[in-house]
Ligand binder design. Sequence first.
Ligand code: SF4
Length: 294
Amino acid sequence: MQENKTKKINIELAKNAGFCFGVKRALKMVKDNLPRLKRPIKMYGYLVHNEYVVNELIKDGIEIVDNLNNIDNGTLIITAHGISPKIKNKLKKNKNLYVLDTTCPMVLKVQNIAKNFVDNNINVIIFGDHKHQEVLGIKAAADDKAIVFSSQEEFSKIKFDKNKIYGLISQTTQDFKSFQGIKKLAQKMNNIKIVDTVCKTTQIKQKEIIDIAKRNQVIFIIGSQMSANTKRLYQISSKINHQTYFIKNVDDLDIKLFEKAEKIGIGAGASTPDWIINRVVKKIYELSENRQGR
Ligand code: SF4
């Protein structure tokens, strides 16, 4: 009997739900190095845009700072999103400060593309969230000369000079479909070079959620409102499946959200830990058993 009850609900969890390569790498670098890091330990911004993970780091004695002023001793952790290469080099020259640089290699690659464009007199344009730390770092790599736009609408308002050459790149976690649309517009101009820099993991996650949103009745996207890539997954899924819900953890689960559903899809942002995802899956099964027992 018990078996039949749980079989009634089918949960499809995205294969790539949760931490991406860059986040796993950054967290491992911090955890592995923590015992020998010089104190005080400061971290510029959030290593992972998730309150639970950040709170764990704070418990370990790491202080989150929102600017790089007065950082002159101990350790500074640079997150996977990266920072201005010039500022990083300057900080690294300070002998009293150890810089633990966890910038994701994919983000460094985009920074290098931006720098190469500038070195070759190419004007950089970045598809990204204006104030996102990764975008600010890429912009800084382009000598702060880049134009940032966050939508197709903003792109069409850019006043391009026919006599100049432009280089189009993207924040690594942007909506890959939107970037495809922007690329089509850009391809109509003959003075734009395009490098697709939406990272592969982001593309895979977004493609997965598109399929899952089509195949299932109710979708849960798990993650923090702090996380831009999780919000993006939510937006993508919502456009396809109106019964898409953004939840932070099990506490946000309510049986009313999936009372009649038999097929539930789950996605999670690149900053959502596995333990939160597993608890949500378990809780959905538990709630669905109660539902059928009523
Ligand atoms: S989303 Fe991609 S670029 Fe960003 S940290 Fe993860 S792996 Fe790196």
